[in-house]
Each structure stands twice: as C-alpha cells, then as structure tokens.
Design a binder for this molecule. Sequence first.
Ligand SMILES: Nc1nc2c(ncn2[C@@H]2O[C@H](COP(=O)(O)OP(=O)(O)OP(=O)(O)O)[C@@H](O)[C@H]2O)c(=O)[nH]1
Length: 590
Amino acid sequence: MYRLISIVFIISLLFLQSINAKEIDLVTFETSPIGKYLSYFPESGDTPLTLIAAQNVFNSGQVFTQNRQTISRGIYVEPTWFKTTINNRASLSTQYRLTIETPWLDYIDVFLVNDSGSIQHIKGGDYLPISKQPIFDRFFAMDIQFEKGLTDIYIRIATESVMPVPIKLSTVEDAINNASNDKFQYGFLYGILVALALYNAVLFFSIRKQIFGLYALYILGFVVNSLSYTGYFYTFYTTHHGVHFQDYMDVSLMITYSVIGLHFGRALLETIKYAPRLNKTIATVSNIIPFIILSLFLIDQLHFATLVAFLFNTSFAILTIILGVVAVKAKVKVAKIYLISSVTAAMCVSLSTAAVAGIFPYNSLTFKAIEVGMAFEGILLAVALASRFRDAQRDKEQAEDFARKDELTDIYNRRGFKYATTELFTKFRQNNECFGLLLLDIDKFKNVNDDFGHATGDLVIIQVANLIANTVRKIDIVARWGEEFIVLLPLKNEIEALRLAEDIRSAIEKLDTRYFDESVKVTASIGVCITRFDDANLLRSDTVVFEKLISNADHALYQAKINGRNNVYIYNNETANIRDLKTEGILKVT
Ligand SMILES: Nc1nc2c(ncn2[C@@H]2O[C@H](COP(=O)(O)OP(=O)(O)OP(=O)(O)O)[C@@H](O)[C@H]2O)c(=O)[nH]1
C-alpha cells in the first residue's frame, strides 16, 4: 500500500506545474493557517532525506501547492516535507509563533534557513517528552525570530497515524490569546458535558437504571477522547510512553466512546423491541470491534488499528442515524430527538474533519465543531432520556393504578384498598385516632340481575359506587369488596361515621336507574364498626386489626340484613340498629 501511494504520487508529480508557493510578506500577513503558502512533497525511499536533498526537490519545483488553509495528507502516508518562505521587509527583526496544531504527529523537524545561510534545526513531535518540546503546549509550537530579509522554513513531518497538517503562523500575542480562548471555549464545552455526565451518573447510582450509566459513560468517554486528540491530555499528563502512545490512546478512546454510544442508542430507543436484527447486528459489531483493536495493538499494527477506528467511527455516525430513522418509523417517542442529535453530531464531525482536511475554512470554531455538536447532542440526549424515564414512570404508575382499580366502577378493588389504607393505618396508630369502617351491600341484588339483566345490574353498581364516592370525604377510602362496598373513615368522633352511613343509605334509596321505561329501585344495608387504636389494638399487627374490623362490620351488616334490610347497624358489644339508637335518644343524627 505504501509503495502504491508513492507510485501514484510520483506519477501525479509529472503533471505538476514547476512552481513553489508564494512567500509570506510579514508586513501584510495576519495570524492565520498558512496552507496556501506551503509547497510540499512526500519523501520516497526508506532513508530520510537530508535538508540539502529536500531543498533540491523544492528548487526543482517538482512539488505540490494548494490554495487551502490546511493540508491533509490522510492515513498512513510517507513522511512529508513542507516549505514556506517568510519575507521580513521591516528593518527590525520580529517574533512569530509557528504552530502545527495536530498533537499526535510523531516526528517533526523544522529547519530555519535565512539569507545569510545560517541554519537552525528544531525538533518536536511525539517521540520527545513534552518537557523537551520547544514550547510546553498541547501541540508543536515554537517561537521564531525573523531577521530582516528572507527566511525559508522547511518542515519534515513523519507520522504513522493520520496526517492532517494545520500549520499556523501567529504573532506571539495572538498565539497566547488564542490559546487562552481555546482553554476557555473547551472548558465551557467540557463543563457542560461533564455536568450532564455526572448528573446522570448520580441518577444511575441512585435509581440503578443502566441507561443513565451508559449515558454518563458515553459523554465522559467523548470528553476523555477529545482531551486526548486535542492534546490537552498531555499538558497535565506529561509522563512519556513513547512515540505511539497517543496514537493508540486516541484509537482506543475513539472506539470506546463509539461503542458505548451505540449501546446507549440501542437502549434508549429500545431497538430490540421493533428491529431485533438491527439491534443484534449493532450489538455484535460493537462487541467485536474492541477485540479487533486490542488484537491489532498486541501485534502492533497501528496503521490497521487507525484504519479500523476511523472506519468504525464513520460507521458509528451512520449507525446512530440508522437507529434514529428506524426508531422514528417505529414511532418511538424520543426517536426524533435522537435523530436530530445524531444528524447534528454527524454534521459537526464532518465540518471539523473538512476543516482539518482543508476543504472548509480552518479556524478555532470549525475545529471545535465536534465538541459543540457533542454538547448539543449531550443536552438533547439528556432531554430524551429524562422524557423516556418520565414516560416509563407514568406507564408504571398507570399500570399499578389499573391493577388497583375495579374495572366496572373505577373505585379501588380489594388490592387497591389494602394499598391505599396501609399508610392511613400507620398514621392512625401513631396518632391514636378513631376510625370507622362501613360494609355496604345492595339488598336483594340478585333480583335486579334476574329481573332487568346483568347490564342493568352493572349500571346500578356503578351508580351506587359513584354515589358512595361522592358522599364520603376526600380522606375516606372507598373500594369494592367482593360483592360489597367498603369504606374506611378517619374520624374525629363516632357520630361522623354513622351520619355518613345514614346519608349513603338514604341516598341509595332515592336512586333511580332507568330500564327502558321502568324505574329500578334498590336499597342497601350497611354494617358499621368504629374503633380506636387502644392499647390492645396497638399490640396487634395491622392485618389482625384490619381483619377484626371487617369481621365486626360484617357482623353488623348481617344484623342489618336479618333485621329487615335498608338499615344501618353499628357494631358494639350488643350490635345496635342506628334507628333504635336515634329513637332512644342515644344518638343524635340531624
Ligand atoms: N350485574 C352484576 N352483578 C353482580 C356483580 N357482582 C356480583 N353480582 C351479583 O350480585 C349477586 C349477589 O348479591 P348479594 O349481595 O348476595 O344479594 P342477594 O343475595 O340477592 O341479596 P341479599 O340477601 O340482600 O344480600 C349475585 O347474583 C352476583 O352475580 C357485578 O359486577 N355486576
């Protein structure tokens, strides 16, 4: 492959015009990338060219030029020589900073040759620890004092990874300002992302939902990856691990965040539910790729590892869009947000790549488009995640609510009643409060079904349920209890319960359900039991107290039934009819 690229390059040289790029006039020059001022040629052969040999090639004019701000040489290319000429027409010498803003380049040799023939050789690149670089910076940077007259700058770059070459010349003041702006802008973008990641990590640890953990890892993975390829990593981790350390680190971090990103996408969109094959394919690819990269690392095949990583990263962008499109088609609620975020992120990545490749203007913003896109994606995905969680929570609550409600009347069923009363019971116990329990049964209800049909029976039950629910107070709990109705009432005094029971009974008596032209009239019998959490009750469990209450209320209901129905009976030592209590003046019900 290496040879093939060389042959193609040599053939293309035949069609070159024999011109060098125009020189930089410092009087009119303003801080910018200098791609269009560079001529370059790739080195052929296995031994590095000497400066003199390289100068001869440039002098022969058999070199490339281009009218772009940056030059991108692609993956796995030969070492490349670049040349530009600086013309300082001013009488004073002036200082500029030369930067090569790709932090992972392996070998950088800069030769400064001025009019007088003096030659300066400055070395940089990954093969040197950061402390030995000309300037402690996140990428190669050096200050150059340009004397009056012409200075030729020759740069030889050799790297085994990708070779985008954004070479920039800045006044020192601009360079320092740009570096601090970069720090501020990156700090801002990383700040947003880290905050989102940490918030979701906290959610993961507190509610133990895997999806929040995946989100946090995805975003953090991206931040670490970005810290690595922007070179910031090296400004706080200065230990030197050799020429390929950063290359492998970039490759593995790129893969890590993309793999997590795909797992996150599948989990967020629940792809398995409507596209099991796509889900499986993406899961398989995501699981295999790290092994491939690991194997290539073990046999030290950086070229292939880089190639696989770039292909996978491109596929990652495409796969997230596919995941989004399939989910939109399957009408997944958060799919649109996901799709917008993945399309935006892909566009931003393309923008940055195009800027580094010189196809698009290279500047501080276009280079940071990846991070801007990711911050945007991070926010959108957090919104999607929150919305999905809210929906899941609502669905769960609805399902629980459904399981606790009686289908016919929409009041609690037996299960719902137990659920709703548990908390109330505990409160009663704590406050030592009085409370009552009503058991209500519609009299001779079998006859209603027999005479008017089951549907009319249903209607009567619904009306009675509504009536009870509308008569009791907000804090009371009403439920269907088998063929009966049950009401639990927190009370201030015992009369309240009897008054309510009597109100319900007399209201049912007045109910009028229509069956064609006929009027269906029903009555109900009610058993009441009133108790207080006295010392004896406090010693018993909730269930025992509850069972006892129901059995007492049932006993009172039985009394109401055998004593003529359409009655309220209260359970006490000698079960008493409420009407008897009223007539005897024991109970005052207004
Ligand atoms: N339409 C209808 N009927 C029901 C429903 N649930 C129970 N029933 C009927 O209610 C009748 C039982 O009612 P009971 O309360 O025992 O009434 P009863 O024995 O006729 O009269 P009492 O002796 O006064 O209790 C049975 O015929 C059940 O089929 C329901 O949801 N809809």
